[in-house]
Design a protein around this ligand. Sequence first.
Ligand code: BV8
Length: 256
Amino acid sequence: MDTTPLDLDPYLFEILSQANHIVALTGAGVSAESGIPTFRGEEGIWKKLKPQELASMKGFLKNPDRVTEWYQHRRDIIDKVKPNPGHIALAEMEKEFRNVTVITQNVDGLHQQAGSSNVIELHGNIYRNYCIDCGKRYDYGQMKKSEGVPVCDECGGYIRPDVVWFGESLPMAAFNEAERSAAAADVMFSVGTSAEVYPAAGLPRTAKAHNAYLVEINPQHTDISLIADDSIRKPSGEALPKILKQYLEWKKTSTD
Ligand code: BV8
């Protein structure tokens, strides 16, 4: 791992030391170094496949086998990976700061696996499922490993992943909590998101509108780069551990 310190504005450390609420908004990029492909990067999923066909109710009803297979394929990838140093650093921040909230667009559960205790899943979770007819819920382990589309043992309806597809509303409670957290944030890290998918992509603006210090961690420029106070053009698996390490070093020297 490259040990070169990040060139960080010490003002960030000042803000962090006085912060009551730190929020991280994460997207697929935070899981990229765990080996999970992103959606819109060079190797992105949407480069090869059409989101409307695979991540929409219309696409599911049109070709339930294909969508079921695609989500099973993604579970097979996620089953084999683990949290990376970026996920772990966010979990570690809970030991150092009063109140840390992770708002994630990801459905892979890696933040929880890394130890983050306050995770808001805006787009659901790929291991939760439910029947599209009667709504009965199924954890992944409860689903019979049947060929083709799993069907509900109550009513025979198709079982789908409990993720938010395009054109579907986000879980109200989760999004309301995310909005409240963004509005209360003293610092928001926007980590590994292209900030293209709404309403999640509006949360950095909500944070800024309430005077948060906005730090973007993304090797690429995004729409929110324009409003970010700091943009760290590094992979999050490198940047997040370094931010925490350099903060702790700053804190030590500034209290000695
Ligand atoms: C809704 C399913 C309304 C789960 C997903 C026109 C304009 C604006 C909005 C719209 C519009 N037309 C339609 C809309 C609404 C639409 C939308 O925003 N579309 C966009 C694409 C234009 N939104 C919706 O449909 C939402 N619902 O609006 O409902 C409504 C209201 C009332 C009543 C009924 C309906 C639902 C959105 C959720 C869609 N579901 N996925 C799944 O299968 O995973 S979206 C999909 O994109 C994922 O969930 C993902 O989380 C999300 C966002 O993508 P990112 O996470 O940002 O990933 P991406 O690949 O894009 O970027 C990765 C970034 O990481 C890159 O910038 C890269 O540089 C960086 N990176 C790479 N490696 C690293 C890294 N960063 C750091 N470290 C690294 N190592």
